[in-house]
Unconditional design. Structure first.
Ligand code: HEM
Length: 324
C-alpha cells in the first residue's frame, strides 16, 4: 500500500472518524471488506428472485405475457409512488424540483400507455379467455398501488364518484366521502348490481390503508404541493402543462389503453360474462363516464365536458365491426 498517497490517507481518516464516532472499530470493518465477495449484477438486481416470480396457473403460454406485463406495470406504479413520496416529504419545494418529479411520473405513464400493445396485441384471445377463468375472482381492479397513486395526487373530493361529487366540498370529512369513492361503482354484477367478490376482498384487504393514506394526503397531495409554489411558479406554463399531462396520462390515456384491452378480449364474446365474473366494466371503465380529473381547476368547462370522449367510441366500433 502506498502510504505516501495522500488521497488514501484522507479517506482512511474519514473512515476512522465515521466508525469511531459510532463507537466501532475501523480495522475490523476493513478486515471484513478484505474477505467480502465482489458484488455482481445478478445479486444486485436480485435477478434470480425476480425471474422466479412468474408463476402461471395454467399451461397456456400466453399466461406468462399476462403475468409479466402486470408485474412490469406494478413496478412502474412503484416508481411513481417513489417520486410522489419524495415530493411530499421534501420541504420548500421549488419549481425545478417539482417539474423534475412530475416529469418523471409522466414518463413512467407514457411508457405504460405506449407499451399496452403488449396486452392488446400480445396474447391469443382464446388462450386469454380460457386461462382467465382460472384466475377468478382476481382482477387488476385490486391493484392497491393504482389507488394509492390517485389518493396521493389530488384532493379526495375529485375521487368521489361523479354523481355524488356535488354533495361534498374539498373540506368534507374524508371518511364520509370514502363511502362514495368512485371505484365502488365498478366491480358490480351487471345483472344484480351487487358487489362482485373481487370488490369484497379488495375492500377487506385495503380499505383501512386507503383511508389512512387519504387522511395523510389531505393538505399534502400533489395539488396542495403545487399550490404551495410561488404565484409565479404556479403560473409557469411549463408547470401547468406538466400537471395537465399528468392528469391526462393517469385519467385518460392509461385508462383508454387499458380499456382497449378489455374491449379486444371481452367484447362481443360469448364467454365475456364468465371471464369477468359478469361485471359492469363497459359502463364503468371508460374515462368519459367516470370523469375522474385530478386538477379540474386547470381545465376549461368545455375540456371537462369532453373528458375522455372520442377515442373510446372509435375503439369499440372498430372492434365490434371486426367481430361481427
Ligand atoms: C387483457 C388485459 C386486461 C383485461 C381484459 C382487463 C380487464 C379489466 C376489467 C374488466 C376491469 C374492470 C373491473 C372488473 O370488472 O374486474 C379491469 C379493471 C382494472 N384493471 Fe384490468 N384488464 C387487463 C389488463 C390490466 C393490466 C395489465 C393492468 C395493470 C395493473 C390492469 C389494471 C386494472 C386496474 C387498475 C383496474 C381498475 C380500473 C378502475 O377502477 O378504473 N388491467 N380490468
Amino acid at each position: 500500500m502506498d502510504l505516501e498517497n495522500q488521497e488514501l490517507l484522507d479517506i482512511l481518516k474519514k473512515l476512522d472518524k465515521k466508525y469511531t464516532d459510532t463507537g466501532q472499530d475501523l480495522t475490523s470493518y476493513l478486515e471484513g471488506l478484505y474477505h467480502a465477495k465482489y458484488l455482481n449484477y445478478w445479486d444486485y438486481i436480485a435477478q434470480e428472485t425476480l425471474l422466479s416470480l412468474q408463476r402461471p396457473r395454467t399451461n397456456f403460454p400466453d399466461e406468462k405475457v399476462f403475468i409479466m406485463y402486470h408485474q412490469i406495470t406494478e413496478l412502474y406504479f412503484k416508481l411513481t409512488l417513489h417520486e410522489l413520496k419524495q415530493l411530499r416529504s421534501k420541504e420548500n419545494i421549488d419549481a425545478k424540483y417539482f417539474l423534475s418529479k412530475v416529469g418523471r411520473v409522466n414518463r413512467y405513464f407514457e411508457a405504460l400507455t405506449s407499451s399496452f400493445g403488449v396486452m392488446v396485441d400480445g396474447m391469443e384471445r382464446e388462450q386469454f379467455l380460457t386461462f382467465r377463468l382460472t384466475l377468478q375472482p382476481a382482477s387488476g381492479f385490486q391493484s392497491s398501488q393504482y389507488r394509492l397513486i390517485e389518493i396521493m395526487s389530488t384532493n379526495f373530493l375529485n375521487l368521489v364518484s361523479k354523481d355524488h361529487r356535488a354533495n361534498y366540498s374539498s373540506n368534507s370529512d374524508i371518511q364520509e366521502m370514502f363511502e362514495f369513492i368512485y371505484w365502488k361503482e365498478g366491480a358490480n354484477h351487471t345483472l344484480t348490481g351487487k358487489k362482485a367478490f373481487t370488490m369484497v376482498q379488495f375492500e377487506e384487504k385495503y380499505n383501512t390503508d386507503f383511508l389512512q393514506m387519504a387522511k395523510e394526503s389531505q393538505g399534502n397531495n400533489i395539488w396542495d404541493i403545487y399550490k404551495s409554489l410561488s404565484e409565479e411558479d404556479q403560473n409557469n406554463p411549463e408547470i401547468i402543462e406538466e400537471m395537465k399531462w399528468y392528469d391526462v396520462h393517469v385519467n385518460v390515456n392509461w385508462p383508454l389503453a387499458h380499456y382497449r384491452s378489455a374491449v379486444k378480449y371481452l367484447i362481443a364474446e360469448p364467454h365475456a360474462i364468465a371471464a369477468t365474473g359478469g361485471t359492469n366494466w363497459r359502463k364503468y371503465l371508460p374515462p368519459r363516464f367516470q370523469k375522474r380529473i385530478f386538477y379540474p381547476e386547470l381545465w376549461s368547462a368545455q375540456e371537462i365536458e369532453d373528458w375522455g370522449k372520442g377515442w373510446v367510441d372509435s375503439v369499440v366500433q372498430e372492434h365490434t365491426v371486426k367481430n361481427d
